[in-house]
Design a protein around this ligand. Structure first.
Ligand code: SAH
Length: 215
């Protein structure tokens, strides 16, 4: 990996740490992923500012702090099977892959996905992606240890709850992290599957994501 931006990346990680992210595994993973490579070349110089930035088709790459926040809530463990909804730039998927998770990701925009697949491949990240409506999950490869939604929905899709695996002794419970709310902001929720028919919900801070568009 080119040394370019190494210093800027290290400074970004320190900033995110100061903003309250304490999960060292997440900070280390984000310190390895070259965020500029997921952006158009005209935006490379801004890749290590803590801002969301534009992608094609009116979509955005999430703010690094938000990626750190969601990734900390999911706390993906090595070998865990993780589904991301909203591949977008591919940056979040790459961070999950750096954590050693087996990453699956769904995106609804074909042009964006083709571009992103090429970037992930080029960087050597093994992420299995699919074009489609992520609100339905990916039942053919589920159930998942964790599901991370990176677009804001008005409710929690039932299919995603069903595709969280049931509790297994000695393993962390399966969890879904999803921003839920209206147009002007969403509350970050973490829903943990504690039994075949039981789930626990925790509410965290407010964020503002691009809309989750689906059935
Ligand atoms: N995780 C991305 C953030 C992308 S923004 C990153 O790291 O860059 C959210 C993405 O979700 C957009 O690309 C949008 O097209 C996609 N999206 C919105 N609704 C969707 C749905 N129902 N299924 C799959 N993707 C969806």
């Amino acid at each position: 990996m080119p040394q370019r931006f190494k210093r800027a990346r290290a400074q970004l990680i320190e900033l995110i740490r100061e903003k309250g992210i304490t999960n060292e595994r997440v900070l280390r993973a984000m310190g390895k992923v070259p965020r500029h490579m997921f952006l158009e070349s005209g935006l490379h110089g801004r890749a290590y500012e803590d801002h969301a930035l534009p992608l094609i088709l009116n979509q955005t790459i999430s703010q690094p702090f938000t990626v750190a926040y969601q990734t900390s809530l999911i706390d993906a463990q090595p070998r865990e099977k993780v589904l991301e909804i909203g591949t977008g730039s591919g940056y979040q998927a790459a961070v999950l892959a750096e954590l050693g998770a087996r990453v699956y990701s769904i995106e609804r925009h074909e042009a964006l996905l083709q571009r992103t697949n090429a970037i992930l491949d080029g960087l050597g990240y093994r992420v299995l992606t699919r074009l489609g409506d992520g609100t339905k999950g990916w039942s053919a490869v589920g159930p998942f240890d964790a599901i991370l939604v990176t677009a804001g929905g008005i409710e929690v899709p039932q299919a995603l709850l069903e595709q969280l695996r049931e509790p297994v002794e000695g393993k962390p419970h399966a969890r879904l992290v999803i921003p839920v709310g209206g147009h002007n902001g969403q509350t970050m929720l973490r829903i943990t599957r504690t039994g075949p028919d039981s789930y626990e919900e925790e509410a965290f801070d407010e964020f503002r994501f691009v809309p989750l568009v689906g059935s």
